[in-house]
Design a protein around this ligand. Structure first.
Ligand code: DGP
Ligand code: NA
Ligand code: NA
Length: 213
């Protein structure tokens, strides 16, 4: 008989959404809750602006004068995810939970919203570990977006562009392991609780192999 007992590993949990929908607040809150529960976890935010590639990306995002073709920008964002691949896998295998603030889906949604081919964008990320759960923070009335703190400071924070990105993200809404949380008119704590309910079955580890894009 085939052996199907896998060693327990940590879960890969991703929080996605448009700019200024509260991803960073929620990933930090989730991280703190896990640590309070004495569960080992690590938070990785993409783009990771601290690496050499991440520094280039940061310049590109904050300095709207920086010229980069859409393709090369995409490949830099993708390379930035590949830089962290081994760390993610090693952490999961050590039993740690990894919380991601953006990942492959942001890559595909933002870059294809600029007109690049959807599958070309995804191809660059094929082989990266796939999240066990993706939670999309959905602002249904996104007219509110432009009133959020700091909005418009970075390259992609333009309402018309965000609408296109949203449309690309919706192509993933029915994917396996995707959950959509409506964030309109909810407090930070309410949203945190909804996230917790969706991930609490994963916090004690998973007995299946890591999946890959
Ligand atoms: P943040 O630090 O979460 O605000 O993200 C920075 C910006 O980068 C945000 O507007 C989303 C965008 N972004 C993230 N990943 C990718 C990618 O792979 N391609 C492109 N074009 N944009 C991305
Ligand atoms: Na942003
Ligand atoms: Na953010």
């Amino acid at each position: 008989m085939e052996e199907t007992n896998y060693k327990k590993r940590g879960a890969l949990i991703l929080i996605e959404g448009l700019d200024r929908t509260g991803k960073t607040t929620q990933t930090i809150a989730l991280m703190n809750k896990l640590l309070n529960e004495k569960i080992q976890a690590n938070l990785i935010k993409f783009p990771d602006r601290s690496t050499p590639i991440g520094k280039l990306i940061n310049t590109y995002l904050i300095d709207k004068e920086t010229q980069l073709s859409d393709e090369s920008a995409h490949l830099l964002f993708s390379a930035n995810r590949w830089e962290l691949k081994d760390k993610i896998i090693n952490n999961l295998q050590e039993g740690k939970i990894i919380i991601l603030d953006r990942y492959v889906y942001s890559g595909v949604a933002y870059s294809s919203a600029k007109g690049l081919d959807f599958n070309w964008c995804l191809n660059a990320d094929l082989g990266l570990p796939k999240p066990d759960k993706t939670i999309f923070l959905n602002l249904e009335n996104d007219q509110d977006l432009i009133n959020r703190k700091g909005y418009g400071e970075e390259r992609y924070e333009v309402k018309n562009f965000q609408d296109k990105v949203k449309l690309k993200f919706t192509r993933f809404f029915n994917d396996k392991n995707w959950e959509i949380i409506k964030v309109d008119n909810k407090t930070i704590d309410q949203i945190s609780l909804e996230i917790w309910i969706k991930i609490k079955d994963l916090i004690n580890g998973i007995e299946k192999p890591i999946e890959f894009f």
